[in-house]
Design a protein around this ligand. Sequence first.
Ligand code: CP
Length: 320
Amino acid sequence: MLDKRNPQLNKNGELIHLLSPEGLSRDILTHILDTASNFVSVNDREVKKLPLLRGKSVFNLFFENSTRTRTTFDIAAKRLSADVFTLDIGRSSTAKGETLLDTIDNLSAMAADIFVVRHSESGAPYLIAKHVAPHVHVVNAGDGRHAHPTQGLLDAYTIRHYKKDFTNLRVAIVGDVLHSRVARSDIHALLALGCPEVRVVGPRTLVPADLAQMGVRVFHNLEEGIRDCDVIIMLRLQNERMSGALLPSSQEYFKSFGLTPERLQLAKPDAIVMHPGPINRGVEIASSVADGPQSVILSQVTFGIAVRMAVMSIVAGNEA
Ligand code: CP
């Protein structure tokens, strides 16, 4: 039975779907990160398998393109011994006009246990979570501009890995915040985990007006925004979600908001640089920074496997 106030939780307060970090307690978020820690070493084993989802069927439904999220969910489910089915949406009956919930009903009739869903419509995973039978679990792999909870969690995991705890950190999230589900999920996760200072940095046209109410500091100047930060999370310019001319050009954007080696020196000397990917080299980040010694961008990808293993095993109630 769902908790009507927060449909991710059951009546006992247990996580049964992962839809957004918003509304999840520090205890639940920490439990996911701690569970992921137990799974990281599975990557280094000769036999990279645990039996926690043996006999379960995981359906990956990606209505939007993805490289990292889709592949790491696939790997994570296989490492947990689930049977994994990745629907080719372009060749599915969605292209003939079948509705989202009809698709879900038909896959449920094939005994689906977990749906991993990426969709361009904000709220699509909520709709599915409210529709499916109680034994079926939904994990949001990114919905519109709304949330990308496993990215928020893997970002938090990466920060904890390099910085040990959240309580003294100054984190800057830089770029196209307006269109970024990653930014929203990072903000919710980091504030709930006790991060005392989260900054958002970007041009006025790409920073929503309501952000200050979430408890973050807003900057429209990159040099000021990243000064003395411990963590810099760069965001991709999401041209596919921009309807009007919000920016003069990519070159102009890089001049004002691109992370260069010179600008990175304004952050703390041991600051880490993150990016959810895919990166636009020379638009939001210089290649020498993306590939440089302070970049942990590929560690984020690797930790994503363990975090997604943790999320699927927790929502399914089959923990390590
Ligand atoms: N970070 C992220 O969501 O990347 P993909 O779009 O490749 O999954």
